[in-house]
Design a protein around this ligand. Sequence first.
Ligand code: SAM
Length: 226
Amino acid sequence: KLSKRLETVVSYIDKGMSIADIGSDHAYLPCYAVKKGIVSRAIAGEVVEGPYQSARKQVASVGLNDIIDVRKGNGLAVIEAGEVDAIVIAGMGGTLITDILEAGKEKLQGVKRLILQPNIAADVIRNWLVRNGWQLVDEEILEEDGKFYEVLVAERGEVTPSYSVKELMLGPFILKKKNEAFYYKWQQEIEQWEHILQELNKAEQNEKVHYKKESLLNVINMVKGE
Ligand code: SAM
């Protein structure tokens, strides 16, 4: 059985799409998507030898060698431009996901959809998307085993909406849906920020500390308003 997190990621793949799962680890996601009949061709990319071998073993053990190509390499280096309809990058920080997209920009030609699942720093990805001609088409936040995960779905956009700071931080679609996970995640963040603020109040007060306190307060107030 696939985790709720990865199942949510899979739900954004259209039936018949070819995919590349970058940083696939055990290749659970492509194996599941093929078994469910959603995907008929997949590439699983891994840069680290251990996970690459795990992916190869998993794909072989479920008899999908002909359908899922396990490739070793850094980020999008494992694919050719135009080879897949959608790219999945899941289970990493937003900065690493963004670095992979940026480094492999020319490989994104012909890609119709990006399905990205950052564990942290989703805002970094949103900023990259809007600056690089990608349009968010959907988002979701979910909780699993006490952790929060965001899923960002983007397609090539002719007109990229200009989002506010708040929308880039919390997610324009996540803000529209505002589910339970949204409130829990940001409540937790607010508590952490308030803790930092208390510590800053105890510290020696200088210009730097004042500036930090002010920007923290701004963020806290912005998120609290939701
Ligand atoms: N995608 C799976 C998931 O969501 O469950 C695995 C997530 S795992 C935490 C991250 C994986 O990404 C690791 O196996 C790591 O080796 C791989 N990885 C990290 N940087 C990478 C890169 N630049 N290119 C390819 N794989 C990478």
